[in-house]
Ligand binder design. Structure first.
Ligand SMILES: NC(=O)c1ccc[n+]([C@@H]2O[C@H](COP(=O)([O-])OP(=O)(O)OC[C@H]3O[C@@H](n4cnc5c(N)ncnc54)[C@H](OP(=O)(O)O)[C@@H]3O)[C@@H](O)[C@H]2O)c1
Length: 439
């Protein structure tokens, strides 16, 4: 093969995804070469554990622990980053792009927080910057938003974009188990990290929806702009009531275009069984997108894992090479040409489920309904579910309230008053209700 028929890659990281990239490029080499008319060759690997790439047939002299060995190699035209973390990765990507090396990354942390800077570096170096694997693992949602749905005004993107939390909520729903038990099981099964904070507190999903919202609405959204609430307060009681009212509980990443502003949030939500996302079980991911021309669409698949993620990474590598071949680099530069306002958390409007424990005596329901009414929170239903003994003596009543669509600030103000009432033992949970349905 002539030198011109080879594209040399520098691979940063040979952990889970990096090993998948090596395997995929080996296993599907004949087909990839034929589709591209070029052979893709990994020339150097940056990895602090040389045994990882070497186990897959990479020669030890190709493995380095110095990024400069890749940056300064004139044969390497494309850098694939699957190291993870923010620093020094961000610095490596900026340097590669400024030097004119194309970059493919799976790193949602860097893309979500530093997308603007990275696109500027790509512009300066006239290089390509692709990051399909940063959201939805193997689901090609970024390409869909940038290319296939480019003619649409995107109205709404709702994702189940974190497999760990969807696995936990699915098992809680199907087995009636509590959060802590299922989290431990998820950790043993390898579906949750030893430190699961980023997943269960919604941070991972917030990074992903920041990336999707930026592309969908052509305006820069970073994780700091996202209202985030995790799933650790969800109990089997909440899940049972959800079922009773015709809903499932899901951790949703929601981005909506409200014309003059957008809203972006991540939180658990009651979702009607009839919603397409309601049937997404276990570690699977799905992204529901509504456009003004296409209407409702949904994309489903494995949101993580070695080979699904490698599929997205290598797909990007092939796209970059096609662009290089046709001399059409920079087809997809930064698309954030608008500067839309983010709706403040307190202004968000949705329906709510509220579960309260109150003293079991006459007039309590009316008092609580009165406080909600004084704060413009109109109620679709107030139901006394059961009586229970608290601390072995006092009889209490559990009340479940579903509101109509109300402003977040109004319901929070109402709950602040309700928490202070002597007849109220506790506000056990408040969960937003999404996607139409009852109430
Ligand atoms: N795993 C998935 O399913 C998945 C899915 C979608 C996206 N991603 C993204 O893909 C990226 C990689 O994830 P992964 O699961 O493959 O991670 P991983 O298994 O931890 O692999 C990263 C490898 O790079 C090494 N490394 C990190 N920093 C380095 C440095 N500065 N110099 C040399 N070696 C370094 C790590 O060594 P140490 O272990 O010693 O740090 C590790 O061997 C992350 O951005 C992640 O968010 C992963």
């Amino acid at each position: 093969m002539l030198m011109d028929d080879v594209v040399s890659i520098g691979l940063l990281g040979a952990g889970t995804v990096g090993s998948g990239v090596i395997k995929l490029l080996q296993e599907n080499a004949p087909q990839i070469t034929q589709r591209l008319g070029k052979k893709v060759v990994i020339k150097k690997v940056l990895e602090r554990h040389p045994e990882k790439p070497c186990l897959l047939g990479i020669s030890p002299d190709m493995v380095t622990d110095r990024f400069e060995d890749i940056l300064d190699d004139p044969d390497i035209q494309l850098v694939v980053e699957v190291l993870g973390g923010i620093e020094p990765t961000r610095q490596y990507l900026l340097e590669a792009l400024r030097r004119g090396k194309h970059v493919v990354t799976a790193n949602k942390d860097v893309v979500a927080a530093y997308g603007k800077e990275l696109f500027e570096a790509a512009e300066a170096g006239k290089a390509e910057f692709y990051f399909e694997a940063s959201v939805g693992g193997g689901i090609p949602v970024i390409r869909i938003l940038k290319e296939s749905l480019a003619a649409n005004k995107i109205q709404e993107v709702i994702g189940i974009v974190n497999g760990t939390t969807n696995y936990i909520l699915t098992r809680m729903s199907e087995e009636g188990a509590d959060f802590a038990t299922v989290l431990r099981a998820a950790q043993s099964a390898g579906y949750a990290e030893a430190d699961p904070t980023s997943d269960i507190e919604g941070l991972d999903a917030a990074r992903k929806i920041s990336i999707l919202a930026s592309i969908a609405f052509n305006t820069r959204v970073t994780p700091d702009n996202v209202f985030i609430e995790g799933i650790s307060r969800i109990t089997p009681e909440d899940i049972n009531y959800a079922r009773e009212f015709g809903y499932v509980v899901k951790l949703l990443a929601i981005a909506r275009d409200l014309n003059d502003e957008i809203e972006v949030r991540v939180h658990p939500a009651f979702l009607p069984h009839s919603h397409p996302l309601a049937s997404v079980r276990g570690v699977f991911n799905a992204i529901y997108i509504k456009g003004n021309a296409v209407g409702e669409t949904m994309f489903y698949g494995q949101g993580a894992g070695q080979m699904p993620t490698a599929s997205a990474v290598v797909g990007d590598v092939m796209e970059v090479i096609r662009n290089m071949k046709s001399d059409s680099a920079r087809r997809f530069a930064c698309t954030c040409f608008l500067d839309k306002k983010i709706r403040p958390k307190g202004e968000i409007r949705t329906k709510y489920y509220v579960r309260l424990i109150v003293k079991d005596k006459p007039g309590v329901m009316a008092s609580i309904a009165g406080v909600f009414g004084n704060h413009q929170v109109s109620l679709a239903s107030v139901i006394q579910k059961r009586t229970l003994e608290i601390d072995g003596q006092m009889m209490m009543a559990e009340i479940v309230v579903i509101t109509h669509e109300v402003k977040e600030q109004d319901i929070q103000d109402a709950l602040a008053v309700i928490r202070g009432l002597s007849i109220v033992h506790s506000v056990e949970n408040i969960i937003r209700v999404e996607g139409g349905g009852k109430g």
